[in-house]
Ligand binder design. Structure first.
Ligand SMILES: Cc1ncc(COP(=O)(O)O)c(C=O)c1O
Length: 415
């Protein structure tokens, strides 16, 4: 079949589609240990909560109501109202329902926003999206309608005790200029679990305002919900920031509900795009979210159930790694949030792509690091020395996978 240029662009083999294919194949292959994808944990208390909530909503006719009606193009009005109130009361942000739009998952929000602010402009200029700190989320990499839409910057690396390290924004070499149309950062970051500091965020905010471009903060894991953040970090919003949130990591990835908080003109544009592309975002996720907020449970569950669950899990996983793999062989990015550990095999004699293939052959799926540097123009050996693992599966599976990883690292070093 012959496709258009648009078709060619979106049917080429992208990092994310290979990852999804591997995940699908892994799911069909019994015994595969899946540490590659971004599925959130099945937390028993959260699953029970959703089961009871859905039953009650069904009995009250609220599920039917959501299923049988279109919402407006910015999404369910009740949720926009409830979210605006929550953000005003909890965080003191001057937000009204006109500052919020919903999308079918936050992934589609990035597609809208990147192409809204970057690409060819009416005056002939071309703008790009700047990721001020790579590694950055793999899902951004192919979301541009035009080629070369992204540019990113190498981080500074701070070595920490106990075999850990942390990336920082290298403000001295940030490629921020007239070509920049949008600055985008995930906080906490997928893949590293990094949380850029309040200071770094404020500096980015100031730079964005100086250059007259928005600062997009991807808050898929952050506060106030789902709250998978273990360091002290103050959330930020002002009319020059675009905050993207999601119900996915709360435990509802199948609901495909993303939330954008931005100035009214950006929200108006998103409403238009929703109308053209999908008439309206789906209603089920928003109906569930409204109910959780109205019951006063959204922040309580985030703080009392979700955050402690992931915090305990990440500590347990690091302890397992250290039982099998020394600091000489593997450094770990300081886990400050999100659901992944980012492992740095400094000076490893093989690339992490080769390591990925060896692990895959033994039934362990992790993701090699080089996918996570969208827009990085200069070659950097570090990109081939890192690997992302999801730490959510049961600890016996994690332990088996780490044993295999330790063996493959030794094989590589001893070859
Ligand atoms: C940093 C980050 N942002 C956004 C998303 C997209 O999430 P969703 O489209 O499910 O809202 C993910 C998914 O893993 C992510 O890790």
């Amino acid at each position: 079949m012959a496709f258009s240029q648009f078709g060619d662009k979106f049917t080429q083999h992208s990092g994310i589609s290979r990852l999804m294919e591997d995940m699908g194949e892994g799911l069909r292959t019994p015994g595969t240990i899946m540490l590659g994808g971004g599925n959130p944990a099945q937390i028993p208390a959260i699953n029970d909560y959703f089961s009871q909530l859905l039953l009650q909503m069904h009995q009250d006719g609220k599920l039917n109501e959501a299923l049988c009606n279109y919402d407006g193009p910015r999404g369910k009005a009740l949720l926009l109202e409830a979210l605006a109130t929550l953000l005003r009361e909890e965080l003191g942000w001057p937000v009204t329902p006109q500052n919020i739009a919903l999308t079918n998952g936050s992934q589609s929000a990035f597609f809208y926003l990147f192409n809204l602010f970057a690409g060819r402009r009416a005056d002939g200029s071309k703008k790009r999206v700047l990721f001020p700190l790579a590694p950055e989320y793999l899902g951004y990499a192919d979301a541009g309608l035009e080629e070369d839409l992204f540019i990113s910057a190498k981080p500074n690396i701070e070595l920490l005790p106990e075999g850990q390290f942390k990336y920082h924004v290298d403000f001295d070499h940030l490629p921020l200029n007239d070509e920049t149309g949008l600055i985008c950062v995930s906080r906490p970051t997928n893949p590293t679990g990094n949380v850029i500091t309040d200071d770094e965020l404020l500096q980015l905010d100031a730079l964005a305002q100086q250059h007259g471009v928005p600062l997009l903060i991807d808050n898929a894991y952050g506060v106030p919900f789902p709250g998978i953040i273990f360091s002290e970090a103050r959330p930020l919003w002002n009319p020059n920031t675009i905050l993207c949130m999601s119900l996915s990591k709360l435990g509802l990835p199948g609901a495909r509900c993303g939330i954008i908080v931005a100035d009214e003109s950006t929200i108006g544009a998103i409403g238009n795009m929703n109308g053209i592309i999908s008439l309206a975002p789906g209603s089920i996720g928003p109906a569930i979210a409204t109910e959780i907020i109205v019951r006063g449970d959204l922040l309580r569950l985030s703080q009392e159930v979700i955050k402690p669950f992931y915090q305990a899990k990440v500590s347990e996983t690091i302890a397992i790694i250290r039982r099998y793999i020394s600091e000489d062989r593997c450094l770990i990015h300081k886990p400050e949030g999100a659901i992944f550990l980012w492992l740095w095999f400094r000076d490893l004699p093989i690339s992490t792509e080769a390591l990925y293939q060896r692990l895959k052959a033994r039934g362990v799926l992790m993701v090699p690091g080089h996918f996570f540097f969208p827009g990085l123009e200069q070659a950097w050996p570090h990109t081939h020395q890192c690997m992302r693992m999801n730490y959510v599966p049961d600890s016996d599976k994690i332990e088996r996978a780490v044993q295999i990883l330790a063996e493959e690292l030794e094989n590589a070093w001893n070859a």
